[in-house]
Design a protein. Sequence first.
Length: 476
Amino acid sequence: MEKEGVVRGELLTRQDRLSTRSRRWIHLALLVVGLAFLIIPLFVFEFKLAFFWLLGGLGCLWLGARLEEIWHPARQVYRQIIERCSQIVGESSDGEQLLDKLSQSLYQTLALESLTIWRRQAEESTLTLLRYQGALNIGDLAELPLDLAMGQVQGSRPVVDLPESALRQGLMALGMQAAISLRLGEELVGLIGLGRTHFGRGYTTETLRWLDLMAGQLALVVKNACLIGDLEETVKKLQLAYRRSIEVEAEERQRLAVELHDEILSRLTTVTMSLRHSQGQLGPEADKLQRQLESVSQEIGYISRRLREITQGLHPSVLSDLGLISALQAYMDALGKQIRSQPVGVVVALTAQGFGEQRLAEPKLERDIYYITRQALDNALKHAQAEQVFIHLRWLEDALSITVQDTGCGLKEPPEQLIGQNGRLGLLSMYERALAWGGRLTIQTGRGQGTTIHARIPVDQPSSTPTHLQAFTHYL
């Protein structure tokens, strides 16, 4: 059987060579006859006869030019598909669009009744259906077992020529007549199944050879589409993970704030009332003890105030009640009441564009924007030793931007190296909150040049008052 296959292949190769030589001679003969027909009218003085000679010459030249396309339609299709693949890769950066355009292009250019594109899942040794065209009843055939050795799945061949296997039976059940294996080097990327053509023609040796030549280009497109899809899926999973970690942190903040308010502050209030009652029962001769109790009462009062400030910082109720801009103002008012270590005062300018009476429909997004802005402000005050801080919030049609710029000392090292190191979790928290919503956070800084933190987060809700501008100044 093997010898017969080799002999049959040699005979086909000889026939192809003879056919190619014959076509070349015919092509050349047509061009020569066409040129002769064009030259002869120069020596013919009768107008009608010269016109017919000229018309015949043009016809021969046209036929010679079209002969390649007539005799080699597969070659023309190959060129069209290669050009289309390059165009698809250049136009699309989305994995789903790449696969859609590739399947539609092959389906239309090859004039097929049906087409399937499969991706190899190496771990499960299966082929997973990515796209299909035509009226196919997929049913349970969206995943086929890859029960053939890698050496048995290569090149382009009729499906009936594949070794007996579940893969062969599955492709035949779907009406596939030819299979193109998609390889990049030694890696099997997947497979393309081709159904019947609309013209009813089968897949000749020449057609399969041209399909085999374009397999590398097709494999590259499918591989790129799969990589883009995998990357997009990974990004979505990371965003969900970031959101979940932020949710856990927010829930813990809220639980701690409630516990501090309901338990600790309540007990401190009871202790303060008991001290005042005891002070009222002391006689005038206990002046020293009276002063000590007064000092303890003042200390308890200070602790109560600080705990309330901490509670508001953990879960600011003003954010839920009045919104983002009011919450930021309340936080800066609270900072202004605290004793700060800076030798000079700090001026904080807050501007907000697009924030009128309308609020973001997603409270969790509003919360994360609040904490990004607040963390950037805290960094400017605690680490940068800035004298001026500028905060600008802008609500656009499809995004919300946050810019916090200070005139401080700047970062001594690149911010990427500082994230999460030596307890610096503030930068990491800002990055995570921006990424959780598909946004991007950048830091521009330099020694002695101050720091600018900019975040841009996409939103589906446009501002109803995009030109509305608010400006506030706080002296800390």
